[in-house]
Design a protein around this ligand. Sequence first.
Ligand SMILES: [Zn+2]
Length: 56
Amino acid sequence: MGESRVRECARPECTRIFVDRSRGGKRQWCGMEECGNRIKAANYRSRKSRLTATGV
Ligand SMILES: [Zn+2]
């Protein structure tokens, strides 16, 4: 199928546009290594810092 989905990266700080070629169009970020991992790392970090903040 020649279906192409042009999307905007789900990361707020990123304004890049990418073509989602994955099945089902589940892709949310322009690049998993660039933005996908950063979002995951940010979530993990905020959770961790929150724990340390309340722990101390
Ligand atoms: Zn991005």
